[in-house]
Design a protein around this ligand. Sequence first.
Ligand SMILES: Cc1ncc(COP(=O)(O)O)c(C=O)c1O
Length: 405
Amino acid sequence: MSHDSLSRRTFVGGAAAATALGTLGITPAAVAARDRTAAARGIRRLPGGAPMLRAWQSQVDAYDALAHLSTNENPFGPSEKALEAMTYAFKYSMRYGYPDNNCQQRIADAHGVPRDHVLMGAGSGEILDVVGLTWLAHDKKVVGVEPSYGSVYSHATGIDADTILLPLEADYRQNIERMVDATNRNARDVGFVYLCNPNNPTGVTVTADEVAYLLDNIPEDIPVLIDEAYHHFVEDPAYEESLEYVRQGRRVIVARTFSKIYGMAAMRIGFAIAPPDMIAEMRNYSTGSVNALARWGAVASMDDEPAARRTLEHNRTWREQTRADLEALGYESIPSQTNFFMVDLRQPVAPIRRAFRERNVAVGRDFPPMLNHLRVSIGSEEEMGRFMNAFEDILKTPLMSSQSG
Ligand SMILES: Cc1ncc(COP(=O)(O)O)c(C=O)c1O
């Protein structure tokens, strides 16, 4: 059975619908006949058999028609093992204290830390917010670069804290010496330092030596949040994950997610790994509300290495193929260590992005000040083909190409 057919039919539809229909004594033939009649009247059914409202139909159709290249997702979705585990976990949907396949312990084991070093969140987005709530009270500031994963900064300003944002270098690297300098000059006001590694939206890494330099040259009581959402994709040997600093008891919080390599973005599960006293402080601000399906799916994902490897290979192939195709058309892109890359269009991307959207291709948003760079996530082979077709179509029109420079 293909991955796609498993995900569409077995998950939810299979288990739940079969049980429901069996109980009601409705035969599959009767269901098929009903659905044919409904389809003829323009009504589609949800996996459980309920009619889909017309408003939802158009929303679903519009969404499904898009090539999804704007939010750095995994086009394969969860692995088959994760889908099976999540399907199983449905039976706990009505429970609170259900078995969760020992999720927190399994995450701890997989990362070589004790259980009390782990805090789970509804996506790593929740973890980033919790770090803000924990360390930005009393008008503190977060130090980081721009552009980076902007929700850290918007959350900070949303809770009336502040940001100290540094520009990227001309080669799009984060200037760690400047980050150290800004942190030391503002040490009394700094709540934490944010290091997105590799950085979103550029796909550029900070080397292991640079991370060490940062940690060794700022006051040791200032927390450093290292966002490693994309670390699985990195192949540069100069890069290292930062878990070792946590094991040493440094004031480092490593944020991770199941949304990217494991394809579970909509399931909402991520986690922090940090020294236990920091985890205890963060816990005061976290909901701890990670759902049963996500927990079971997460554990199964970590056990499914072949699925992760397939994603990595697909990602590398299509990222480099697409970058080469763009280069052949005269457009440079930034070498990336992630499941997205940025291409320099030499003109503002906003109108071009709209043109892509008219062709049902969703590509990344504005990342000031890099307003001439388009961020493209790596999708399926079919989606990447649609992207290149749309690109050639849009960038060859006189209106778009005459604005270069
Ligand atoms: C760098 C980075 N950190 C965190 C997140 C949040 O991901 P999630 O909340 O799905 O775990 C994202 C999502 O795109 C991201 O790019």
